[in-house]
Design a protein around this ligand. Structure first.
Ligand code: GLU
Length: 496
């Protein structure tokens, strides 16, 4: 019988949730869902020095925002828990003792100072091997016992084979071989009783029943260590898939872990939280992310998460580096914004208005949605398009009213004429448009020129949502008040 697929996303809580990690989580999630398996979230927090107290919150929020629900893990429980490594120390200690007993691991009493000296000497002598010199590898049982009794601090190291090769199969890259001579006797258990990444990772993947490991290709170098550890424990190694590195938009280096510099010097987002704050829809980010290192068979580009569950396949993950493309991501976002139902888009825009100090409701902004949905590429742009609906523009620079090739006086004349018309017109955008356009024709002025000061009076800006629709939403009273205020403002300058 085919084993049930179990995959895991195993981040270390050392900082903010990077989009590279999000892609790894996404691929694991999709593979699990496609295979009807389980997606496990495991927190690898054994490096206490690099621990960041907010990292877990950022991570969980990020996964939820992307819609990548995990089946087992923090907040969910499960039969293979605990899912936080710092709560599993006893498990690692027990397992590592098995290696000590079988002679595949050993206690090392070397001080950090000695280690430094050894490495410095190797470098001075241009040694081909730089690393721990396996000084304690062959200590006798009695010597070890004596040191332990004296209370000498120690770590536990792995006894690596020193000859031959370790060959590991990667499901998409084929066999990868490593010369054992270059392998180090890595530390498995540190002197503070915490396991290293290698030990905890291998033990947990086995005990949690992980069948496939999908992770970034920066872990390829750890493969021989892990393969040897599985062998030493007598366990079967899960299937391995190493995902291609993500390069920055120039394609010349890895995508930054902190923030990408744009050509103009500004810093571009790299963390899930930042994309969310800027108003990227999770649908767009997921759609974009999946294509960073994977391609479907067809040339379809737009996918929902649900569609991806049916389409995603390990075989089509690339081995060559993937390049990040901010412009493409923003285009995706624009497309996904347009795909949302107006009610849904209103609901999603609301928090961005709130953080810009605009208090409203999804119902109130619903009529405005069709005016901006084709104009915004990020939800965070919505407040600047909509703010004039909630607050009459003030202190508009007078020059802004001046129509193309015109004068301020002309702006005033136009507004005067329009003001009169507005009193009697039906406040319906087609009526407003047709009547004002007819007026422009009578005056032998181009419609755009005639509308210009009115747009500025109503919206405060020259680039704004469609004028007549906006006027209809604002209503006669408010529009007339704005035109009156603009006229007063202009008159105070032209002294008329
Ligand atoms: N904790 C490791 C990380 O932060 C996990 C690597 C793995 O998936 O084996 O990426």
């Amino acid at each position: 019988m085919k084993k049930q697929v179990r995959v895991r996303f195993a981040p270390s809580p050392t900082g903010d949730f990077h989009v590279g990690g999000a892609r790894t989580a996404l691929y694991n999630y999709l593979f699990a869902r496609r295979e009807g398996g389980q997606f496990i979230l495991r927190i690898e927090d054994t490096d206490r020095k690099r621990y960041h107290p907010d990292a877990l919150t950022w991570l969980l929020d990020g996964l939820r925002y992307l819609g990548l629900e995990w089946d087992e893990g923090p907040g969910k429980g499960g039969n293979a828990g605990p899912y936080v490594q710092s709560e599993r120390l006893e498990i690692y200690r027990k397992q590592v003792n098995r290696l000590l007993e079988s002679g595949t691991a050993y206690r090392c009493f070397c001080t950090p100072e000695r280690l430094q000296e050894v490495i410095a000497a190797q470098k001075r002598n241009h040694s081909t091997f730089i690393g721990y010199d396996r000084h304690c590898r062959d200590l006798s049982r009695e010597e070890v016992q004596a040191q332990v009794q004296k209370g000498t601090p120690s770590v536990i190291r792995f006894k690596m084979p020193r000859e031959g090769e370790t060959v590991v199969e990667d499901r998409i890259r084929g066999n990868i071989s490593f010369s054992n001579r270059e392998l180090q006797d890595v530390v498995l258990l540190k002197s503070d009783g915490y396991p290293t990444y290698h030990l905890a990772n291998v033990i947990d993947d086995h005990l949690m029943g992980i069948t496939h490991i999908l992770r970034g290709d920066e872990w390829i170098n750890s493969l021989p260590i892990h393969a040897q550890l599985y062998r030493a424990f007598g366990w079967e190694m899960p299937a391995m898939v190493h995902l291609p590195v993500i390069l920055n938009p120039s394609g010349k280096g890895k995508m930054s872990k902190r923030g990408e510099r744009a050509p103009d010097g500004s810093v571009r987002p790299v963390f899930v939280r930042q994309f969310k704050e800027l108003g990227y829809l999770p649908e767009a980010l997921v759609n974009f992310l999946v294509l960073v290192g994977w391609a479907p068979e067809s040339d379809q580009e737009e996918f929902t998460l649900k569609e991806l569950i049916h389409t995603f396949s390990l075989e089509r993950i690339h081995t060559s580096p993937a390049v990040w493309n901010y412009d493409k991501l923003e285009q995706f976002n624009a497309r996904w914004i347009r795909r949302l139902e107006p009610e849904e888009l209103a609901r999603r825009i609301l928090p961005y208005l709130e953080s810009a100090g605009i208090r409203t409701t999804a119902k109130e902004i619903l009529p405005m949605i069709s005016l901006i949905r084709e104009r915004i590429t990020l939800l965070s742009q919505a407040p600047q398009w909509l703010e004039f609906f909630f607050q009459a523009p003030r202190d508009i620079p007078r020059e802004r009213f001046i129509p193309k090739k015109g004068a301020l006086n002309e702006a005033r004349q136009f507004l005067d004429i329009q003001r009169t018309l507005l009193t009697s017109l039906d406040f319906q955008h087609q009526v407003l448009y047709t009547s004002l356009k007819t007026k422009a024709q009578e005056l032998k002025v181009k419609a755009g020129v005639f509308f210009h000061p009115l747009r500025v009076a109503v919206c405060g800006k020259t680039v704004a949502p469609p004028l007549f629709e906006s006027m209809e939403i604002l209503g006669r009273e408010e529009v007339c008040a704005r035109v009156d205020r603009a006229l007063q403002w202009i008159r105070s300058k032209t002294n008329e």
